[in-house]
Design a protein. Structure first.
Length: 871
DNA sequence: GGGCCAATACTG
DNA sequence: CAGTAT
DNA sequence: GCCC
């Protein structure tokens, strides 16, 4: 269940657009009215949170999750060589160690030092065992079960201890590969479990590959060490004569560069065709150092800087950046200024000299040059924009209204997108049969028409800028990267808020004395309190591809997914925040220092970023990606979560065959396995549309007045969806309702052979029912289908809830909570008193549920169309 | 040390 | 109730 | 894991 496409997308609800007009001024007002002005707040979210702080939780969830992570990181559940390494730990009772003692570094260093060239700490004891013994597990291990305890459960049960007997050998592993060969991807429609061609985990194959990989790595590492001990790095034959560093001879001056980082860089340089030299001579093309320029010659034993003419003296980040993008970075920004008493501009000429001297400085350089040009082009472009934005009225206006500049081509220029919106506005299917009120006209049409206008120019410029900047990431001062322009509105919005926040701090100091705050600052404060909520900002799908930090984001995303699978909720959260911050960060991150400055990125993640910058890789990712494989696959089965997956893995099961033979599966799990391959695939938007039509047809054959909305990621406009979520309701103003239709619809769809499997049935009163199943268009693939019926009056709350995405929902619900309200799928309630653990003690008073707009307004959240809710 | 981007429904 | 789901 |  990819959180990404958690819930789907629909069109709009009756009155959402109605509010667009007054939203410019009103939503906020609502908020201020409800919120007593707190004059002394520093207007930071934190203060606000304290103000509404909850009772402390009594639970040990932290240690639990840490333990989970710890175990995972220790490789307990890894298929990788750490299995061996850990046996000792098991037997010596590593579980007794304090959780906090189990650090990630330990593990990473341990299992990966063979990747590095530095001295290799001795491997753990069992290293006498060949990798081939990986499959052998201890015959009996004790394993605590980790449960991510729910917040409101104050009392934790004692940990369950599973006593697990692990088969000496996994007899199925071999047979599995055969399965792999014979498996037919589509031909598994059979409903007879025995006949199912099971999807295959290809474990044995993977293990072989891993072993080979490891061997080769070790060999390589050994070679590296050998060379190192001889101190003749330059004798290493470049591994890739076409690499970005080919023909370059680079001298690293250690000084302030950390050994690990230095070695990693050297390795990479060599791997990409460069020569790493130890001693300075005239053949050196680049000197990499963190020393001040005036000291370089001394270190090199030169009389002065003269001998360095024609040679690039660069900061380490030049290497890092080049490695990360696998292109030579433009040297200019990384030049270490050499102290030249005679002429301050000397270093400039030194640069050009170097450029001339080393003509073999391949295409990378010239590309950098061209990017340089675009840099200027953008430079001219941007300030204008910036000015425009700044000149916009003070923050108040910006916060009150949706950003005046709408996303343009980024989201809208793809065919699917155009389709999305045109079909929406034409009230084609997904828009449902919703009888729009006259005064609502065609809200969506209006919405996008109005907003497209201002974007036209912008999108043109963005496109132009993008064309110019293809490699524009090299302008890593980066103020003018294309991302920035796209996100301009929100960026400057935030900038403005920062500025404003500074001002407010002054105001505040004074405010205590004369308490004469302007209405403006009050409002800004008010707004700022909730500024950190995701739901206060627009987020849209699919911006990573053009992000300058794509690589970093990808790696971190892998860790994020991993921790999510492990149900390490809080670590997941942190990674999510970090990734999210990076996505919004519009220039390439080029150092630890820069990374840690970004809110949401702390020491640990910044360190990881540095490693990615330096090596283009993250060893942690490598280590988990293998160990993760099986558990990832297991927990991808519908109905299987981390608990089952981890347990099965610990039991020694590695394939679906193992599970089917040895585990008592729930119905949902069986179905999940049967349809596994298909369900893993994303559903093209068009197919979701088509499927929605089928459901609509079935529904209307039951009652033509039913209204259907396809929600989830579809409604958010995603080009592909993970499942189909359809919300069904009926205007009850004629005294009838949709009561009882859900079973009929389902039966109808069964009869059409459209629904092929049921997963769950609702037992609720059918006015608000839930169905989960699997459907298939004839000749198509199995798709997850969710149907919900909701009371007509709750439509807005339901749409909001089922449209997601999950982050957006959590965010907006927390926001509600902070305002002493409660938001759920039924509506928004105020005057909620919450006890310890955040449990609401009373029902509160229902204040909004009919439309999304009502709810946004009541919460003081600026209206956000579904496509901006992908946080 | 402890909160954090939630609240609720079905299965076994 | 724990686990999995939305 | 991040941040108070």
């Amino acid at each position: 269940m990819n959180p990404e496409d958690n819930k789907s997308t629909t069109n709009d609800q009756p009155s959402s657009l109605l509010h667009i007009n007054h939203m410019n001024g009103k939503s906020f007002k609502t908020e201020t009215e409800q919120q007593p002005s707190s004059t002394s707040t520093t207007s930071t979210t934190t203060n606000e949170m304290n103000e509404y702080a909850f009772e402390p939780r009594i639970s040990s969830q932290l240690s639990c999750s840490s333990l989970t992570a710890g175990l995972d990181e220790m490789g307990i559940f890894s298929s990788q060589d750490s299995d061996i390494l850990l046996m000792d730990d098991f037997e010596t009772g590593f579980l007794k160690r304090k959780v906090n003692d189990i650090t990630e570094e330990e593990v990473v260093t341990e299992s990966h030092d063979h990747n590095t060239i530095g001295q290799q700490p001795p491997r753990k004891k069992i290293s006498t065992q060949p990798p081939s013994s990986i499959k052998t597990l201890p015959t009996e291990i004790k394993l605590s079960s980790f449960s991510s305890q729910k917040i409101n459960k104050n009392v934790r049960k004692p940990k369950t201890i599973y006593k697990i007997v692990v088969p000496k050998k996994n007899s199925n592993t071999t047979g599995n590969s055969k399965h792999h060969q014979t498996k037919s991807k589509k031909g598994q429609a059979s409903s007879n479990l025995r006949d199912i061609q099971l999807p295959n985990l290809a474990i044995s194959k993977n293990e072989r590959e891993f072993s080979n990989e490891e061997n080769s790595l070790q060999i390589k590492a050994k070679r590296g060490r050998k060379k190192n001990t001889t101190g003749k790095d330059q004798e290493i034959i470049p591994l890739d004569s076409n690499g970005i560093f080919s023909n370059l001879r680079i001298l690293f001056i250690q000084n302030n560069i950390g050994t690990v980082r230095l070695n990693l860089m050297k390795e990479k340089v060599k791997a990409k065709g460069g020569m790493v030299v130890d001693t300075f001579d005239t053949s050196v093309t680049h000197v990499v150092t963190e020393l001040p320029g005036k000291n370089v010659h001394k270190v090199l034993g030169l009389l002065d800087n003269k001998s360095l003419e024609g040679i690039h003296v660069l900061e380490p980040n030049w290497v890092s950046t080049s490695i990360m993008y696998d292109k030579l970075a433009k040297t200019e920004r990384y030049e270490v200024p050499l102290y030249k008493p005679t002429s301050p501009n000397e270093s400039q000429s030194s640069t050009s000299l170097a450029e001339k001297t080393h003509e073999n400085m391949n295409s990378g350089e010239s590309e950098s040059q061209s990017s340089h040009k675009s840099y200027h082009a953008l430079k001219h472009f941007k300030p204008e924009k910036k000015k425009q934005d700044i000149s916009l009225s003070p923050i108040r206006e910006q916060s009150l209204s949706p950003s005046p500049i709408f996303k343009s081509d980024l989201e809208f220029n793809t065919p699917s997108y155009s389709r999305t919106f045109s079909s929406s506005s034409n009230s084609n299917y997904p828009l449902s049969t919703m009888d729009r009120n006259k005064n609502l006209k065609d809200p969506l049409t209006k919405l996008f028409k109005d907003e497209e206008k201002p974007t036209d120019l912008l999108s043109e410029m963005i496109q132009e800028a993008r064309n110019l900047t293809e490699a524009g990431f090299y302008s890593d001062e980066g103020e003018y990267s294309d991302r920035m322009i796209v996100e301009e509105s929100s960026d400057s919005e935030e900038d403005m808020k920062k500025v404003y926040s500074t001002l407010l701090e002054h105001d505040e100091k004074k405010g205590h004395e004369d308490s004469s705050e302007t209405a403006l600052s009050k409002k800004s404060q008010e707004n700022q309190k909730y500024d950190s909520f995701s739901c206060m900002h627009k987020h849209t799908y699919g911006e990573v591809e053009i992000n300058p930090n794509k690589l970093i984001i990808e790696k971190l995303q892998i860790l994020l997914d991993h921790y999510q699978r492990m149900r390490d909720e809080w670590r997941t959260l942190s990674y999510r925040k970090a990734v999210s911050a990076l996505k919004k960060y519009n220039k390439p991150v080029s150092s630890y220092k820069e990374a840690i400055e970004i809110p949401g990125i702390g020491d640990r993640i910044a360190t990881k970023i540095q490693e990615i910058i330096d090596t283009g890789n993250l060893r942690r990712v490598e280590s988990i990606s293998k160990s993760d494989e099986v558990i990832k696959k297991f927990s991808a089965i519908h109905g299987v979560g981390s608990k089952a997956a981890l347990k099965w893995y610990a039991l020694g099961y590695r394939t679906f065959d193992d599970i089917l033979k040895n585990v008592k599966l729930t119905h949902a799990q069986k179905v999940g396995i049967e349809c596994f391959d298909d369900l893993q695939e994303r559903i093209p938007r068009d197919e979701v549309t088509e499927i929605s039509k089928v459901v609509e047809d079935a529904a209307h054959s039951t009652d033509p007045k039913l209204q259907l909305f396809t929600t989830g990621s579809y409604r958010r406009g995603n080009p592909t969806c993970g499942d189909i979520d359809i919300l069904i309701t009926r205007n009850d103003s004629d005294g009838k309702s949709h009561s009882g239709v859900l079973p009929k619809i389902i039966e109808n769809l069964h009869n059409r052979n459209f629904i092929t499997h049921d997963l769950t049935h609702t037992q609720e009163d059918d006015i608000s029912g839930k169905y989960m199943g699997i459907c298939r268009l004839s000749g198509g693939k199995y798709r997850r289908l969710d149907l919900f019926t909701v009371p007509y009056g709750e439509l807005g709350a339901a749409l909001l809830s089922f449209t997601g995405n999950d982050i957006f929902n959590r965010s907006i619900r927390l926001l509600a909570r902070k305002k002493k309200m409660k938001l759920n799928q039924h509506g928004l309630y105020k005057n909620i008193a919450r006890g310890s653990g955040g449990v609401s003690l009373n029902e509160g008073k229902l204040i909004a549920q009919r439309t999304e707009q009502e709810i946004f307004d009541a919460l003081g959240v600026p209206w956000r169309p579904p496509n901006e809710r992908s946080c």
